[in-house]
Design a protein around this ligand. Structure first.
Ligand code: F6R
Length: 352
């Protein structure tokens, strides 16, 4: 039966799908991130406030995504709790079906996805809809299946992501979740302020001098078989994301975990020279993270501290300027660069 196609104009332009001066899409996409955050801070607030006003009326909130997008969900859980005092249930897409008994017609399911085509997320949405829940898509691709299936939508606006590893879309997810959390308490301006700080902090990470430092660090890590990454609070999803990126593109085994979990077993694997990446932002997690770094150091671990200030316990130090509740954004950018240059050093192709 003939159908009448509905046409929709994408706001992406052709330049965005070319590498330009960059050797790889992934690097280009990493460098686009300050602009992505700034755009969200400048123009995202209208659509976000409307959605936040709707969220205020919902009884319970679920966030669901896969891989990197699921870590955005975990970050959303901490941001909503800390800033808006709202509880969020986080599920990974493939587990959501076993975890939905409390879904009602007053539930909101935030489905997070770059592509909007990830099957486990789409299946979750189907199950949630069957229970009458409202679906909010936080999605990058306009017109994708998730975009079309959702009742409400926030377009991430990161532009096309070509490199296989999700970078700027993840940063866009985080930026929107920061804004949403502040919009829930009618303090959008504070969210925009935090994002503006995140833009500056990210720009200083992307300076040539800083990238050179990271490249030196990567030379020390490239022959290692295992890397451990830890953090607490918002740095917990950061640790998970760092480990995933390292595994996915550099093929080094990496494990991300909540710093407090170290002593429950994994510390046994930290021996002389084991690389341990520790996120220590200027927040309530600082001293507990430092204590964990010391435990790793006592076992001979090689401590890479990522923080706004140095400490004697660090063998290597990457400075990240404080960006308040949005510090997770520049921290993730450091992780992306580490994974990227580790891959280059090891002679693999990230984009594939
Ligand atoms: C990691 C990565 C994947 C995706 C995941 C979900 O770098 O790219 O873990 O995040 O496959 O994809 P989307 O966001 O398209 O649903």
């Amino acid at each position: 039966e003939p159908i009448k196609p509905k046409k929709q104009r994408l706001r992406w332009n052709a330049k965005e799908v070319e590498k330009g001066d960059y050797e790889y899409f992934m690097l280009k996409e990493i460098y686009e991130q300050p602009r992505v955050i700034a755009d969200i801070a400048a123009s995202g607030s209208g659509q976000v406030q409307k959605i936040a006003d709707f969220i205020k009326k919902t009884e319970n909130i679920y966030m669901v995504g896969c891989g990197t997008a699921s870590y955005a969900g975990i970050a959303g859980e901490y941001l909503f709790s800390k800033i808006a005092k709202r509880h969020v249930n986080v599920s990974i897409g493939s587990e959501f079906g076993y975890d939905l008994d409390f879904l009602t017609k007053k539930s909101l399911v935030v489905a997070i996805s770059q592509s909007g085509e990830t099957m486990d997320v789409l299946e979750s949405v189907k199950k949630a809809k069957a229970r009458g829940a409202t679906i909010l898509a936080l999605v990058n691709v306009l017109g994708s299946t998730l975009y079309r299936e959702a009742d409400k939508k926030i377009l991430i606006g990161a532009g096309p992501e070509i490199g296989v590893a999700s970078t700027k879309a993840f940063i866009g997810m985080l930026a929107h979740l920061v804004l949403l959390a502040y919009a829930l308490i009618d303090k959008m301006d504070d969210g925009i302020k935090a994002l503006t700080m995140a833009v500056k902090s990210t720009e200083s990470i992307l300076t040539d001098a800083n990238v050179k430092r990271l490249m030196l660090l990567v030379k020390k890590l490239k022959t290692k078989n295992h890397i451990f990454v830890i953090g607490r609070g918002l740095s917990y999803p950061t640790a998970l994301e760092t480990a995933l990126k390292i595994k996915e593109i550099s093929y080094i085994h990496a494990e991300g975990l909540a710093a407090g979990e170290l002593k429950h077993g994994t510390l046994a694997l930290v021996t002389q020279g084991t690389p341990c990446i520790v996120f220590l932002p200027n927040d309530e997690t600082y001293s507990a993270n430092l204590a964990a770094a010391m435990e790793m150091k006592a076992r001979g671990g090689y401590i890479v501290g990522i923080s706004n200030k140095s400490n004697d316990v660090f063998d290597d130090f990457i400075k990240v300027d404080d960006a308040g509740e949005a510090t997770i954004i520049p921290n993730v950018v450091v992780a992306q660069l580490l994974a990227y240059y580790l891959t280059i050093e090891r002679g693999f192709d990230h984009d594939m």
